[in-house]
Ligand binder design. Structure first.
Ligand code: HSE
Length: 374
């Protein structure tokens, strides 16, 4: 026998929110598990109620007061898809403080305030799940926390930003101009509201912080994760992919390499964690080299299992909604938070530097120096 329905409030009806709402309206059976309570949509908070109603969301569900919806007695679970730091952080804290479970895709808030939110969830017996924050719909975080929970991780490497991967691969393989490729990523709903977060590497740094929490038990400070490329003259390059020129991409292809924005974190000497999000060269035929378009790929090395990889669509409303719905089902069957089963994490401001790459560097025409990752 399952219990009474769990009443769900969705905050935000953007690219992902609309798909989640559509699932509630059109595929309610997807929200049921054999061993969990059924889930029921009780409200949707949006900025513009009229526009949302015109877009097909039933008017009786709509409100422009997210904090009230979260506080309402009729809300058991909050799905936060507003994005941005505030008011999302305050609303999430309030929900967890009231013992209400939360599903969030908010990478920024989780990376910046993860330690406090984890603490609030643990203290109040609420679940906080955030599979959609990394890898879009591709399951990465739960497998890391649960399936590899008894392994000792030594390395995480990933292509975790779909927008920049689409830009790099469209430019390298189709000769698309940067601005045209960015327009395509925006139109497809892959880019952030402010795409500077994608192209400057912030979004990937947030995701790396979240991966490191599950892999290494530490909430790193995202502001301490380096995001600038290197230059052969020793000067720092621009942030994220801003310094990657079409000539650099062509030179990499010529050398049998491909340039990718790689987020990586590694256990280094003294038990410290090195972390960075920088453009790097990878062999064209490697799994990272073959990860194109909006695809994401995360590889972890762990003992005793060895290397494990997760790959799939990394952005977009329909695919990302899959992770939200999976988290809702997990809450309905009392599966706990995304970190369930792992020890509480500590916060750390310490981020170590990486040792020099074994395979050397690619010195490119623009003056950029890309580490070659094998
Ligand atoms: N802007 C993000 C990306 C969305 O392109 O990967 C998914 O997190």
């Amino acid at each position: 026998m399952s219990g009474p329905p769990l009443r769900v409030a969705v905050l935000g009806a953007g690219v992902v929110g609309r798909e989640v709402i559509r699932a509630f309206l059109e595929r309610p059976e997807a929200l049921r598990t054999a061993d969990g309570a059924p889930l029921e949509l009780v409200g949707v908070a949006v900025r513009d109620v009229q526009q949302a109603a015109e877009g097909g969301i039933p008017a009786h569900l709509l409100t422009d007061a997210p904090a009230h919806l979260v506080a309402a007695q009729a809300t058991d679970i909050v799905v936060e898809l507003m994005g941005g730091e505030e008011p999302a952080r305050t609303i999430l804290s309030a929900a967890l403080g009231a013992g209400k479970s939360v599903v969030s895709a908010n990478k920024l808030v989780l990376a910046r305030h993860g330690a406090a939110l984890e603490d609030a969830a643990r203290r109040n017996g609420a679940f906080l799940r955030f599979e959609a924050a990394v890898g879009g719909g591709t399951p990465v975080l739960s497998p890391l926390a649960e399936g590899l929970g008894s392994d000792r991780l030594t390395r995480i490497r990933g292509i975790v930003n779909g927008t920049t991967n689409l830009l790099l691969t469209d430019m390298a393989e189709r000769g698309t101009a940067y601005t045209d490729a960015l327009r395509r990523a925006k139109r497809a709903g892959y880019a952030e509201a402010d795409p500077a977060s994608d192209v400057e590497g912030h979004d990937a740094a947030y995701k790396l912080v979240i991966l490191a929490r599950l892999g290494f038990g530490v909430w790193l400070d995202p502001d301490r994760v380096p995001r600038t490329g290197a230059r052969a003259d020793g000067e720092p390059g621009p942030a994220g992919i801003l310094g990657v020129s079409p000539e650099d991409l062509a030179a990499a292809t010529e050398a049998g390499l491909a340039i990718r924005l790689i987020a990586r974190a590694e256990l280094v000497r003294g038990g410290r964690i090195a972390a960075a999000v920088v453009p790097a060269a990878v062999p064209s035929g490697s799994a990272f080299g073959r990860t194109v378009g909006v695809g994401n790929r995360v590889e972890v090395e762990a003992a005793p299992i060895g290397r494990v990889a997760f790959e799939g669509p990394g952005a977009g409303g329909a695919s990302t909604s899959s992770a939200i719905l999976a988290d809702l089902r997990a809450i309905a069957r009392h599966a706990g938070s995304t970190w369930a089963g792992l020890a509480p994490a500590r916060a750390s401001a310490d981020v170590a530097a990486f040792p020099a790459p074994r395979a050397g560097h690619l010195d490119a025409p623009s003056g950029a120096r890309y580490p070659i990752l094998d």
